[in-house]
Design a protein around this ligand. Structure first.
Ligand code: AMP
Length: 400
């Protein structure tokens, strides 16, 4: 379906939306969620999945107001990172402006007081990270007696972050009579088991398989010596086309070092990683999204969920150890129909990681050789950079 009305959304909501037409995940989910079905959504960030689950819930509030007493919540959304929880809250506010809908964010790293004050009036939405939510539950500071829906967003990331036990403990405290919605970019066995245990006759909507990079991303590989990596990075970031760039690093301790190098080269930047306070992390996202700085240097904490529009380039300063993070990182650009460039810098030591990534995405990342820092390829590096034999064979088989 290519309009929001046909999916069953009411005029009040449709008139507020700035989107022209529903995305595929929205077309697949919205009417089922309005009908109260459980849902398993397999979709990457950037596909519009937040609106896919949030719009039907907002409509339910508009259609049926209920009185919430102190600490009661109607819809619970659990997200793996503080930034993602905040972003979901911002999206919900934009979908329900002026409708009198209440929403509370419960995340760690900031004081509880404000969050509890909001919750004490009752809240239509509670959007929380697992740790802070468990705190509230154990302290008897939240009531789920009127809960009617649970959304678990980015479930596989919760698994990666070791939150699954917390999530199970939270779910054990919820009424079993509820609508349950689970979104995950990938379906590892632990998440498939979780889905099976908490969803009842779910509708399954699958949008993009985990190993795909959005078609609008132009991927480039630069093979470089370790000594030249920083020079190459600075020269790439100085290009006038690189207007808003996220640089991904492997380790949190290397982020400030790179920030220092970039600042000394006159490139404005900020940083996000788990050694920074929540206030600093929020400020970094704000500075980056408002264009006060050109570059955000980040660890994989920013690889998923974070939605800053108009990211023109993603640079993998280090290749990710886990190849699925290549797809997530690259997904920070070319969002909502725009184009983007994903640049991967690779030194000799990282060739095994490159091989895993290429296997994951079933093709090789085009190598850029025409640049001053290009490292001559040894026969071993040629072997690693070219497509793995197994998918060459698959390609040949398809051609026959
Ligand atoms: P999400 O996957 O929920 O993080 O959404 C990614 C981006 O797509 C966000 O900036 C949304 O505002 C945007 N978006 C969501 N739905 C639509 C739509 N139907 N048309 C255009 N952009 C959308």
């Amino acid at each position: 379906m290519n309009n929001f009305r046909d999916l069953g959304l009411c005029e009040e909501i449709v008139n507020q939306l700035t989107y022209k037409a529903p995305t595929a995940i929205q077309s697949g989910c919205i009417s089922h969620l309005l009908n109260g079905k459980d849902l398993l959504g397999i979709a990457q960030t950037g596909t519009g999945k937040t609106a896919a689950f949030a719009l039907p819930l907002v409509q339910k509030i508009l259609k049926e107001k209920i009185n919430l007493s102190s600490n009661e919540v109607r819809f619970l959304i659990i997200a793996p990172t503080r930034e993602l929880a905040t972003q979901i809250d911002q999206n919900i506010s934009s979908y329900s402006a002026g409708c009198g809908i209440t929403s509370t964010v419960a995340i760690g790293g900031v004081s509880k007081e404000e969050q509890l004050k909001k919750l004490s009036k009752g809240s239509d939405f509670l959007i929380a990270t697992p740790g802070r939510l468990l705190d509230f539950i154990r302290g008897g500071e939240v009531s789920f007696s009127k809960l009617s829906a649970l959304v678990l967003d980015e479930a596989d990331m919760m698994l990666d972050y070791g939150f699954l036990d917390d999530v199970n403990e939270i779910i054990s405290q919820l009424p079993s009579e509820r609508q349950t919605i689970l979104f995950s970019a990938t379906m590892p066995k632990a998440i498939a088991d979780l889905a099976k245990s908490i969803l009842r006759n779910p509708i399954r909507v699958e949008i993009e398989p985990e190993s795909t990079v959005a078609k609008r991303v132009l991927e480039k590989l630069y093979y470089v010596s370790a000594e030249n990596k920083n020079y190459l990075l600075c020269s790439l970031l100085n290009s006038s086309k690189a207007k808003r760039v996220i640089v991904f690093c492997k380790a949190k301790y290397s982020v400030p070092i790179i920030v220092d190098i970039l600042e000394k080269s006159g490139i404005s930047c900020t940083e996000i990683h788990s050694n920074r306070s929540q206030r600093e992390r929020d400020q970094a996202i704000l500075d980056f999204s408002e264009g006060n700085v050109k570059v955000l240097v980040a660890t994989d904490i920013a690889a998923r969920g974070i939605d800053v529009s108009d990211v023109t380039h993603v640079v993998n300063y280090n290749l990710p150890e886990d190849s699925s993070y290549y797809v997530h990182r690259v997904g920070r650009t070319a969002r909502a129909g725009r184009d983007g460039v994903a640049i991967s810098l690779c030194v000799e030591k990282e060739l095994p990681l490159l091989r895993n990534i290429q296997k994951k995405i079933s093709r090789n990342i085009p190598l850029v050789e025409n640049h001053p820092f290009h490292e001559a390829l040894t026969s071993a590096s040629v072997e690693a950079i070219k497509a793995p034999k197994s998918f060459n064979r698959r390609k040949r088989a398809r051609r026959k």
